[in-house]
Write a protein that binds this ligand. Structure first.
Ligand code: SAM
Length: 276
């Protein structure tokens, strides 16, 4: 994906996930003057929502992509936030902040263990988590947020189940992978790293018809991101054709045009508290 396409995808994802992510941010009940690290911060939307929820906190955003960092700066600048954040280019695998720096380390859509050559941030989560533990203050929290499920094809559960059952819909996890590397095992990653008070909480984005044109475009894009042509090769031709017929915005049978459409995606926040 080129830089512009990636930024557009992050904007699309922000429009779809704003409600659950804001709820997750609120649920953390941060102290007034908390020091926060958002890594990878992408284009800075979560930093903005944190500053809106907690105007007195200070946030450092780190991302490896210089273009995302520049976009994040302009995003936050346009919103009039100038002295309460900094955006740095950096690698999540090499966070060189001093020990005990942050009250919260926030990591959303980052830590799905997978091959680095395919763009995943790490093959295994432990080195990154250990370092996050080190830079978090005693009593502080590390929160990993991961897209945990989607239900987007109302009326067609067999099609949706068949698509989800394809290996490539579950990437980067593979059938041969160590079960503990599945993201739903994040509580085990945290326990083994030494975190206490580990919790899993799930936040939902509901989509309900009649959808706006923007909603339709965004949902159509995310549907095509979940169930890519790699999935096509693993399901029956009939399933794939029916899937295309009910999701192609140009089709007269497109379910996104249904005034009673409902769908959802969920984010699960795995949080753990640090005790040094
Ligand atoms: C799916 S986006 C998530 C961004 C943001 N947390 C959000 O939820 O909108 C993944 C981000 O990870 C960044 N990234 C990839 N590898 C990285 C690395 N090794 N260190 C830091 N950031 C990385 C990408 O540039 C991208 O902005």
């Amino acid at each position: 994906m080129n830089d512009n396409a990636y930024i557009n995808a992050l904007e699309m994802s922000a429009r779809l996930t704003e409600r659950p992510i804001r709820k997750a941010i609120k649920s953390l009940e941060l102290r007034k003057d908390a020091q926060i690290l958002d890594v990878p911060c992408g284009i800075g939307n979560h930093m903005l929502w944190m500053l809106e929820a907690y105007p007195d906190v200070s946030i450092t955003g780190v991302d490896i992509a210089q273009t995302h960092i520049e976009y994040a700066k302009s995003n936050l600048g346009k919103a009039g936030k100038t002295d309460s954040y900094r955006c740095l280019t950096g690698d999540i695998n090499r966070l060189e902040f001093p020990d005990n720096t942050f009250d919260l380390v926030w990591c959303c859509d980052g830590l799905y263990p997978g091959p680095k050559e395919e763009g995943y941030l790490a093959e295994e989560p432990y080195e990154i988590l250990k370092n996050m533990f080190r830079i978090t203050k005693t009593g502080g929290t590390v929160a990993l947020l991961l897209l945990s499920s989607q239900k987007l094809l109302p009326g067609y559960p067999f099609i949706e189940t068949a698509l989800n059952a394809a290996d490539s819909a579950i990437l980067p996890f593979t059938p041969a992978a160590d079960p503990e590397l599945h993201f739903m095992c994040a509580p085990a990653w945290m326990r083994k790293t030494g975190f206490v008070n580990i919790e899993a909480r799930t936040f939902t984005a509901d989509f309900q018809g009649p959808l706006t044109e923007q909603n339709k475009t965004d949902l159509s894009s995310i549907i095509n991101m979940f169930w890519t042509p790699r999935v096509e090769a693993q399901v029956s031709r009939e399933t794939w054709e029916n899937f295309k017929r009910i999701t192609d915005p140009a089709s007269s049978r497109c379910i996104l045009d249904n005034q009673d459409y409902t769908g959802m995606i969920t984010y699960t926040m795995y949080s753990g508290v640090v005790e040094h």
